[in-house]
Write a protein that binds this ligand. Sequence first.
Ligand code: FAD
Length: 477
Amino acid sequence: KPVIVWFRDDLRLADHPALHDAIDSGRPVIAVYVLDEETGGVRPLGGAARWWLHGALAALRAQLNDMGGTLLTFAGPAPETLDRLADISGAGALYCHYRYQKEARDQDSAVFDRLAGRRVEIVQRHGTLLRAPDAVRTKTGTPYRVFGAYWKAAVKLGPPPRPLAAPGRIRFWSSPTHWPKTMRPLDEDALLPRKPNWAGGLEADWTPGEAAGREILRDFVTHALAHYDTGRNEMAAEGSSRLSPYLRFGHVSPRQVWDAVSHIKGTDAEVFRGEIGWREFAWNTLYHAPDLPHRNLKPRFDIMRWRRDEGDVRAWQQGRTGIPIVDAGMRQLWETGWMHNRARMITASLLVKHLLIDWRVGEAWFWDTLVDADPANNAVNWQWVAGTGIEATPFFRVFSPLRQCERFDPDGDYMRRWVPELAKLTGKEIPAPWTLSQQSLRQAGVTLGKTYPEPIVDLDGGRQRALDALKATARTR
Ligand code: FAD
């Protein structure tokens, strides 16, 4: 009897405990991916993530082909699809990793219930986090709400297990050349954008798949890690790992990342390990607060009078706010499917605070446009920037975009790169073109309102409006 290995957000062969144990069972393996965006109310993938998934499935299939097998991909409800697959193949077991998001767990339960009727054994392993969410709890057994305390407790548990090596050999089940009509193959090409093809920049920047992920990790550890603590904040430099989509789709496991840096001492490596810790903390938080992507963690914000302004939202999405550091970030996102972490904080803060737009509007845009769009990381970080519940970050702490430029893009290179119509302005001039004399603007070929927008919000006025709105929530409570 063969066994099914159900791949999800773990599209790799190395350090894949479920695959490892399936191979160890000595029975032939069926590798399958099911795109089910119905069962359990799972949130459909955004456009950029769909683009990534297309490449990710192709890469995994190529790896399996090299080993004499293949990757089956289906669309539609996973319970029916896997039940039929078990029926057709006579599979005796299904191996997969635990998932930690409520909707995904509901989908898994529906699948397991269905397969129980067929007496298919279910084997689940932990494979996508360093520590399962239940493993790190306070003394009283409650989940941590603050990152520092969480991470201290997690580190105290000692190093995570070493990653598993890639399998040398897999014995595959030989799948039929024709499937019954009830099995709906996934139309993988439909994951790609049609007309217009907006993914040109993504194609130029990214190669999905395990091999590319491993190379990026190796490269990062050899070069950028030594300067990570400061380098990750310099917006014009490539000072961070860019591993996020690889972790998101599981081309690289957190244990592999940990293993690659665990022997390195010093602040840079420690800070980097802490960022991997943030990913753990985000997933922990989502596990214990499943509404996180659509509900304020602090109910006080439920009565916040957010503005509704389609024009402002569109200007923000398109990088036309007239505030260069914000426009640079939003254009980097649109063109490459990724944005520098500092820019994510600045752009998110402008939307939520200065423009007083509900953070969920921004969360949804990031969900659609990021190649690393992650249910936990995205929601946690949006709520962190918004001050609506993660950590103790208060709403009234408002990032100043101009101060951020001084500190993290002092020469203006990041802004110049992504907002080329301002390229002739100096590092001092570029953050606030609206403050410049007509002569300076003319010399740089800039006409506000024509070649580059006037700011859509007055930064001091927007800040005050946000603080007033916050005060109002306290009064009406
Ligand atoms: P590095 O600095 O090299 O960090 C290594 C890894 O640690 C990252 O790949 C990521 O997995 C993890 N990590 C780093 N920072 C964070 C963080 N603040 N929270 C959680 N994990 C972190 N990250 C996502 O992976 N997906 C998202 O959808 C996402 N949305 C975000 C939305 C907002 C508003 C903000 C402020 C941040 C968001 N982040 C998200 C977190 C962070 O910006 C990215 O993980 C990081 O920029 C990815 O680049 P990197 O891989 O080079 O990071």
